[in-house]
Write a protein of this length. Structure first.
Length: 150
């Protein structure tokens, strides 16, 4: 599986996803479809409606800032934690718990504010920044102005 490059090879990866919204639900569907064992956590029950027929995992209704919820998700057994709630501070808190307390090897989090990226990185958390990704996409769409076609 390409996303596990550099990690120990296993037959089945266990991935816990925090936030089953627009991004988390798509990731959950895809990871299930490629054979991962997936658990999704969200505090809003309606968020689970976005899970498709491809999803074969489990969902947990709860606030991911609560330790009991992280334990229920068996975070200590996870190969990867995907931390995709709406809020950077919440994501940082969950990611740090995953990394420091549950010793999850790969923790990937969403950070909207570019000023927060360093803080995540300093804790060994990999960051997806939609703001920076959007900037790159818009730049590429405007290649005819800059002449910078990639
Ligand atoms: P989206 O921005 O569409 O990718 O959705 C983010 C998801 O994160 C939503 O479904 C929220 O309900 C969920 N969410 C936000 N905060 C928490 C939290 N503390 N615990 C669990 N889920 C959360």
């Amino acid at each position: 599986m390409p996303f596990m490059k550099g990690a120990i090879k296993k037959d089945e990866y266990y991935v816990v996803i925090f936030g089953c919204g627009r991004l988390g639900s798509r990731m959950a569907n895809w990871l299930s479809s490629i054979g991962c064992s997936v658990v999704v956590v969200d505090r809003n029950e309606s968020s689970f409606d976005a899970l498709s027929y491809e999803f074969t995992g489990f969902n947990i209704l709860g606030d991911a800032t609560e330790l009991d919820v992280l334990k229920e998700a068996k975070l200590d057994k996870a190969d990867v934690a995907l931390v995709l709630t709406t809020d950077d501070n919440t994501n940082l808190m969950i990611s740090m718990s995953a990394k420091e307390f549950f010793e999850v090897t790969r923790v990937v989090a969403r950070a909207y504010d570019t000023n927060n990226i360093k803080m995540f990185s300093d804790f060994g958390i990999e960051v997806i920044c939609p703001t920076l990704l959007a900037v790159e996409n818009v730049k590429n769409a405007l290649y005819f102005i800059s002449g910078d076609e990639k």
